[in-house]
Design a protein around this ligand. Structure first.
Ligand SMILES: C[S@@+](CC[C@H](N)C(=O)[O-])C[C@H]1O[C@@H](n2cnc3c(N)ncnc32)[C@H](O)[C@@H]1O
Length: 502
């Protein structure tokens, strides 16, 4: 029985094996493979646990842990092929229906499964490619996504191999189109479990986890070494950065963190609920990557100035400007995202005029003293936090976004008083959305000049270009001061230019 299960669907797909290896596959299929590492709590549950009252498994006696793997494979497919943002899929209220059925522990596991499968996607793909002699066809339903989710567990997570394999096979069996391949799923995953150490070592280069076009673009823009360092940073879940309203040193000490630059503090290895941290209820700080906090600082002293925060939601930069004493008008096209901005400002006891509007048609009543335009972009600078971005964005998306950015920049530049300052920024690593955008704008608008940014102003070494723009890379901010653990390093990739209307 086990023998036929292994071979069903596997024939002609697994690379030809030497006779001894061939024998090994069937042997493995007959005897449970011992886990190499201590299993996770989740995997320690019996394969078919008695349904807990009120548990999501109570409805239809499914093997424990199946619902979370099913949601993971399904969401992976939607992220990759429908370009759905991972965070939106994982949203407990509005996200994927499978998420709503999971308890808090399984939601945490779901996030970890997807995060790991996406951060290591290139390595896993190379390993599957190495083991399969031809690709699994597109019409195989969720087979490939099931394989990726299971391989992520076996290779990079503390999940018992036998649990990862058997749940994947069950999932394949439940999918009408993938069913034909369940034997293949079984055989490939057992092979990965058996040879995990060797496969990890053989396919261990971090650049594999960046699509070829994206890595080539970073190589061209920043050089081989920076591109490799950036890819390596994307393997790690980033630290938690907070921006505090005031007293950053005091808050760093109270929260056990470290001051990074300006009002940014970093908490290394924080796990758990952010809203349970000291200072959340009283609105002393908000979550914001240290790099994302830099562009608003480029406007300098904004006390009493009329400042437009354009493309403002969910409001990290609005909060900075309001906390610095500006009269802020926050504009965004998304009413839903602006509701979050309003809730954030309310918690922080900060105020701003909030306007829903498309900047392509919005008309301000009067010009502004200063403008911050945080234009919609590919977000490739945030892959550390959003590993889906690397795989859901395509070169054609960059081209489309650069057109919108140019249009928005041109339009809003007309809303500035003479002598006023405009900061344009994007959380992208692609020069087309940053340096090239500003070069084109300045060439076409002689009434504007660049106000170069200095390293002293920012406090982050290596973050200023030769032209005087801000350019952060994920591999900047290594462990400082020297000797501190590496886990304190890293930064989102941001571009910002400061322009003056003459
Ligand atoms: C990078 S996010 C802004 C992040 C925000 N500045 C912050 O710091 O929290 C880009 C925003 O641009 C908004 N957006 C995109 N196209 C727009 C348009 N044509 N007009 C106004 N807002 C737009 C999106 O809704 C999104 O909230």
């Amino acid at each position: 029985m086990a023998f036929s299960l292994v071979l069903q669907g596997a024939e002609g797909h697994i690379r030809s094996l030497a006779p001894s290896q061939n024998k090994d596959i069937t042997t493995v299929a007959r005897s449970p493979h011992p886990p190499k590492r201590p299993p996770r709590k989740d995997a320690q549950r019996p394969a078919r646990e008695a349904a807990r009252p009120g548990s999501p498994h109570a409805k239809a006696e499914q093997p424990s842990g199946l619902a979370v793997r099913k949601a993971a494979a399904d969401i992976l497919g939607r992220v990759l092929r429908a370009q759905r943002p991972l965070d939106e899929e994982l949203d407990a209220e509005h996200g994927h229906p499978g998420v709503r059925e999971l308890d808090a522990q399984d939601r945490g596991l779901l996030r970890a499964l997807l995060g790991t499968a996406l951060r290591h996607r290139g390595q896993i793909a190379a390993i599957l490619d190495h083991l399969l002699d031809r690709p699994i066809p597109d019409k195989s339903g969720a087979a490939m996504d099931i394989l990726h989710i299971a391989a992520a567990q076996i290779l990079f997570m503390e999940v018992a191999d036998h649990a990862a394999v058997s749940l994947a096979v069950t999932l394949a069996d439940q999918d009408r189109k993938a069913r034909t391949y369940k034997g293949l799923v079984n055989a490939v995953l057992r092979r990965i479990a058996r040879d995990a150490e060797e496969l990890r070592a053989r396919f261990n280069e971090p650049w594999r986890n960046t699509p070829v076009w994206l890595f080539a673009a970073w190589q061209k823009a920043y050089g081989e070494e920076r591109a490799l360092q950036t890819a390596a940073m994307h393997l790690h879940t980033p630290n938690l950065d907070l921006t505090v309203k005031r007293d950053p040193d005091d808050w760093a000490a109270r929260l056990g963190g470290r001051r990074i630059a300006g009002n940014s503090i970093r908490l290394a290895d924080h796990a758990g609920r952010v809203d349970r941290l000291e200072g959340f209820e009283e609105g002393a700080w908000w979550v914001q990557d240290a790099a994302a906090a830099l562009p608003a600082r480029l406007l300098g002293d904004v006390t009493g100035l009329r400042v437009a925060d354009l493309c403002a939601a969910p409001g990290g930069k609005t909060a900075q400007l309001a906390a610095a004493g500006a009269n802020v008008t926050a504009v965004d096209i998304s009413a839903r995202r602006l509701a979050r901005l309003r809730a954030n400002l309310d918690r922080l006891s900060l105020g701003a005029e909030i306007r829903v509007g498309d900047l392509r048609s919005f008309e301000p009543e009067a010009p502004f003293d200063a403008i911050l335009l945080d234009a919609p972009c590919s977000a490739t600078g945030t892959i550390r936090r959003h590993p889906d971005v690397a795989w859901s964005k395509r070169p054609e998306d960059i081209a489309a976004l650069t057109q919108i950015q140019a249009e928005l920049l041109q339009r809003v530049s007309g809303w500035l008083v003479p002598g006023g300052t405009l900061v344009y920024c994007t959380c992208s690593l692609q020069p087309e959305e940053g340096e090239a955008q500003i070069a084109a704008f300045l060439a076409a608008n002689p009434g504007f000049a660049r106000l170069p940014v200095s390293e002293d102003e920012i406090g982050i070494p290596g973050a200023i270009t030769a032209d005087g723009d801000l350019r952060t890379l994920p591999c900047l901010l290594p462990s400082t001061p020297p000797g501190e653990p590496e886990r304190l390093g890293g930064l989102d990739g941001f571009f910002a230019a400061r322009l003056k209307r003459l």
